[in-house]
Design a protein around this ligand. Structure first.
Ligand SMILES: Nc1ncnc2c1ncn2[C@@H]1O[C@H](COP(=O)(O)OP(=O)(O)OP(=O)(O)O)[C@@H](O)[C@H]1O
Ligand SMILES: [Mg+2]
Length: 229
């Protein structure tokens, strides 16, 4: 079943956070989800080693360049969704994972400097498309955005992507204490203690909207996207 790969060469873009939010949300709806931790630093595995991981979510770690394709393919036959978290670099492993993506999500913060790194990720995906002679649907996801305002800079960067034919998620992942807290306490946003973490309902709603949009994108028929330099 569908494989969703989070990729960006920019460290700290929000890949692991968004991957855990998406995988948790899908699993909490009852779907079987395999979350592949393909980052040697293993942030997702550390999260999963704490209590509260949804029961239908399986984490696979210790993935190498040699095993990544087999691991994704096997997981795709066994789970309703496969989510892959990659390290913030352009390695062979990243390329191989992208070659098996039904959707590549490129998280980026809303600055011009960060967007330039997202463009690099898009260029890498385009090269993988040529190398593997297949279309890899992709979408840019703005992360760590303000829940209160959508600044002009963000709107302008978003328009640049859209004008270049690049899909941008309508939802963004807001900057939320809850999204840091799950990595500290483990579990899902919904399982956090409201006495310890603020604004849990808003964080849950945001994660849910992001997951729903991801599913909607996966259901769309593939549309060829224009090339970006
Ligand atoms: N939406 C958010 N709200 C609050 N904190 C966030 C959010 N997204 C990411 N962070 C924090 O920013 C830091 C980097 O996020 P994350 O680890 O998800 O990025 P990454 O792209 O996976 O980084 P790397 O390339 O190093 O794997 C972490 O400390 C994380 O807790
Ligand atoms: Mg990460």
């Amino acid at each position: 079943m569908p494989t969703i790969v989070f990729a960006s060469p920019k460290g700290g873009a929000g890949k692991s956070t968004a991957a855990v939010l998406l995988a948790s949300e899908l699993a909490e709806r009852g779907a079987s989800v395999t979350l592949i931790d393909a980052d040697p630093n293993k942030p997702v595995s550390r999260w999963g080693s704490r209590p509260g991981k949804p029961t239908t979510l399986t984490i696979l770690a210790n993935i190498t360049e040699d095993t990544i394709i087999d691991t994704i393919e096997r997981a795709a036959t066994e789970s309703a969704f496969v989510v892959v978290d990659l390290e913030g670099t352009a390695s062979m492993m990243v390329g191989y994972a992208l070659s098996r993506a039904d959707l590549a999500i490129i998280p980026t913060q809303g600055s011009q400097l960060d967007a330039a790194e997202a463009v690099k990720a898009i260029a890498l995906i385009r090269r993988q498309e040529r190398a593997f002679n297949k279309t890899i649907p992709l979408a840019v996801l703005f992360t760590r955005t303000s829940a209160a305002i959508r600044p002009r800079t963000l709107k302008s960067i978003e328009s640049e992507f859209v004008n270049a034919g690049i899909r941008v998620f309508g939802n963004t992942i807001h900057e939320r204490e809850a999204y840091r807290a799950i990595f500290v306490f483990g579990g899902t946003v919904g399982s956090l203690d409201p006495a310890q973490v603020t604004n849990i309902p808003a964080a849950m709603a945001n994660a849910r909207a992001f997951a729903a949009e991801t599913i909607a994108i996966l259901k769309e028929p593939a549309v060829p996207q224009r090339k970006v330099a």
